[in-house]
Ligand binder design. Structure first.
Ligand code: IPM
Ligand code: MG
Length: 378
């Protein structure tokens, strides 16, 4: 019997191509797994009205971890218009299946390493080694949203918060509310995970990125929690920055930062910014990690306009698969994949178009696989 059971969820568009690429590399390092296909994606939304059906959740529950490619998502109206006629007008609302997956399995930490591989022509600077810890289940993505805003909700808010009076003249139809819910436990978990990681891998700082001067309650709770948690890690400095300033400092001095911790939306933004510093979404890998389950995925989307051309950079997916190997305890295989990626990038012969090359997704995967197979360093 294979040692691991991994749910295989290519999803949509180039998700399928980059997953094939990851598989070439996983096979090369001799990863001993049974891959269980799991359906997710746009086609299921269109035809069944649910991009993440119950049968998929069930399949996932029978596995140790999942690999996920990418998914097409669209705002509310466009999503409804895409449904097959029988499902239209039924009030079905498209909610991002990956956000649901994170909540369903309590994958509370989204870890997103952004490392400047030496020799990558797309690095903004050399020496960048950032790891974003994004809270993954609450904050502005908690899913508590209203439009139109029910009178009962308005009444309670008005009663509790004088700031709400400014909106008295606005009709409920002309207003929308998304709640930013931060819990002490959620904040503590993400900050602690960030510090634990910093401690384990020798990072000197954890930067909490919030906006407590304006978002006094939610960002305030995050920052106060961070200060408390930091007391348990005397060798690691806690830096506090506001999200707006951080966007600027990261462009100016990215090599000064190490581990970054944020609530959900800020982490979403920070992780794209950090990704761009080290080559863009083609390099942005991630792990959605809970206590006993994890889903690994590249940060990029399904890129429908490139689908079918087999030209997108598979490094983000391959590096996500590497994170999965590491999480499953396959440290040696994970290391071999990382070294192989580093070698292929440094050598610069086999590159996808985003790096100025003309190789295909598969050719890059095969180049990484060839090096990872032996584990030999260049
Ligand atoms: C990401 C993506 C997702 C998110 C989208 C696709 C819902 O941007 O993983 O960063 O916002 O979390
Ligand atoms: Mg994002």
């Amino acid at each position: 019997m294979p040692k691991h059971k991994v749910a295989w969820m290519p999803g949509d568009g180039i998700g399928i191509e980059v997953m094939n690429a990851a598989r070439i590399v996983l096979d090369a390092v001799g990863f001993d797994a049974e891959y269980v296909p799991a359906e997710i994606g746009w086609e299921l939304w269109r035809t069944e009205g649910d991009p993440l059906p119950a049968r998929t959740l069930k399949t996932l529950r029978g596995t140790d971890a999942a690999l996920f490619g990418a998914i097409t998502s669209m705002p509310k109206e466009e999503a409804e218009a895409a449904l097959v006629p029988e499902l239209q007008g039924k009030g079905l609302v498209y909610r991002s299946p990956i956000v649901r997956l994170r909540q369903e399995f309590n994958l509370r930490t989204n870890r997103r390493p952004c490392y400047a591989f030496p020799g990558n022509p797309l690095n903004v600077k050399e020496g960048i080694d950032l790891v974003v810890f994004r809270e993954n289940t609450e904050g502005l993505y908690a899913g508590v949203e209203f439009h139109p805003v029910p009178d009962e909700v308005r009444d309670v808010l008005k009663e509790q918060s004088p700031a709400m009076r400014r909106f008295d003249a606005v009709s409920s139809e002309d207003m929308a509310i998304s709640c930013r819910i931060i819990t002490r436990q959620g904040g503590e978990n993400i900050i602690r995970d960030a510090f634990e990681y910093a401690k384990a891998y020798g990072y000197k700082t954890v930067t909490v990125v919030e906006k407590p001067n304006v978002l006094r309650e939610t960002s305030g709770l995050m920052v106060r929690t961070a200060r408390k948690v930091a007391e348990d890690y005397p060798g690691i400095d806690l830096w506090e920055t506001n999200i707006d300033a951080m966007a600027m400092w990261l462009i100016k001095n990215p090599q000064d930062y190490g581990v970054i911790a944020c609530s959900n939306l800020f982490g979403d933004v920070m992780s794209d910014l950090c990704a761009q510093l080290v080559g863009g979404l083609g390099f942005a890998c991630s792990g959605n990690i809970g206590d006993d389950y994890a889903v690994f995925e590249p940060t990029h989307g399904s890129a429908p306009k490139y689908f079918g051309q087999n030209k997108c950079n598979p490094m983000a997916m391959i590096l996500s698969a590497r994170m999965m190997l590491d999480w499953l305890g396959e440290k040696d295989k994970a290391e071999r994949v990382k070294n192989a990626v580093a070698e292929v990038i440094a050598e610069g012969r086999i590159r996808t178009y985003d790096m100025g090359g003309s190789n295909s997704t598969t050719e890059v995967a095969e180049a990484v696989a060839a090096r990872a197979r032996t584990g030999a360093m260049a």
